[in-house]
Write a protein that binds this ligand. Structure first.
Ligand code: CO
Length: 210
C-alpha cells in the first residue's frame, strides 16, 4: 500500500468509529460550526491544534503558517480573522508558537531561502525590536527559544493593532488574546502573555472612528 492510501483507509475507519459512537455525529457537525477559539499556529507537523488541546472537530477555527505570524498585509490571515471574529464570534484567539521553530531559526540566520525570504523578513523585524535582549543570551538554543516567545508576544500585539480586533473589543468586549508556546520535547503548552479586551496599546495604532 502506498503511503497516501493508508490515509484514506484510516479515514474510513475513523468515520466508521465516530458513527458507531454517535449515529448523529456528522449530521450535527455538518449543519453548524460554533467554535469558541481561533488558533493561529505554526505549520509545523508536530503541533496539531486539536490533538494537543484535546479538542474535537468543530471546536477550534484554525489558521497555520510558518512561525505563526500575524502579518497585517496577509489577506489569508485577515480573512480568517475577520470571519472568526465577526461571524463566528470567537471568544478567544490563541497565537501558538513552539520551541525549536524552524521559521524562527531561519530568521536568525543568513541563508538565502528564495521566496521564503519574504515571509521570514517579518520575523527578522521582530528580532530587530528585541535584539538587545537576545544578544545577551549566549547559548544558541536558548536564544532561539526566547525569540520564539518574543515572536508570539509580538504577534499577539499585531492582532490588537487590527481594526477587526479593536472593533470587537469596543462593541462586544471580546476576544481575549493569548500567546502560548508549545514544547516539542514535553508536549506542554506554556502561556507567555495575554491581552483582554480594552488593553492599552501604543496610541499610534488606535482607531478612534470604529
Ligand atoms: Co515552527
Amino acid at each position: 500500500m502506498r503511503s497516501f492510501e493508508k490515509l484514506l483507509l484510516e479515514n474510513k475507519a475513523w468515520a466508521h468509529e465516530k458513527v458507531e459512537e454517535d449515529p448523529d455525529y456528522f449530521n450535527r457537525l455538518a449543519k453548524i460550526q460554533t467554535p469558541e477559539f481561533l488558533w493561529i499556529g505554526c505549520s509545523d507537523s508536530r503541533v496539531p491544534a486539536n490533538e494537543i488541546t484535546g479538542t474535537q472537530p468543530g471546536e477550534i477555527f484554525v489558521q497555520r503558517n510558518i512561525a505563526n505570524m500575524v502579518v497585517h498585509t496577509d489577506f489569508n490571515l485577515l480573512s480568517v480573522l475577520e470571519y472568526a471574529v465577526e461571524h463566528l464570534h470567537v471568544k478567544h484567539i490563541i497565537v501558538c508558537g513552539h520551541y525549536g521553530c524552524g521559521g524562527v531559526k531561519a530568521a536568525m540566520g543568513h541563508h538565502n531561502l528564495g521566496i521564503i525570504n519574504k515571509w521570514v523578513r517579518n520575523i527578522k523585524d521582530v528580532y530587530r525590536i528585541h535584539e538587545q535582549e537576545l544578544l545577551e543570551i549566549e547559548e544558541e538554543e536558548e536564544r532561539v527559544n526566547r525569540m520564539v516567545e518574543l515572536n508570539v508576544q509580538e504577534q499577539v500585539l499585531n492582532l490588537a493593532k487590527t481594526s477587526i480586533v479593536q472593533k470587537a473589543w469596543k462593541y462586544d468586549q471580546r476576544p481575549h488574546l493569548h500567546g502560548w508556546v508549545y514544547g516539542l520535547n514535553n508536549g506542554i503548552l506554556k502561556p507567555i502573555c495575554d491581552m483582554h479586551p480594552g488593553t492599552h496599546i501604543d496610541h499610534i495604532y488606535e482607531y478612534d472612528d470604529l
